[in-house]
Write a protein of this length. Sequence first.
Length: 65
Amino acid sequence: MVNNGTIQVHFKIWTENEAGRGCEEVANALVSFLESSAVSGCHLIAWSDSCAGQNKNFAVICLWQ
């Protein structure tokens, strides 16, 4: 995320014993990040690992839109 000329990098990871990693959990992590970081008026680049069950599905695509 670039904000006021500075680059901020964020990384979210959790282990298998903490929670599932389905589309609901991934979408929840994205929403949580966006709410806590107060993203507004800046450029956001989001990368995913292209996992069909987590990132390339209808729920997450709708979230990004």
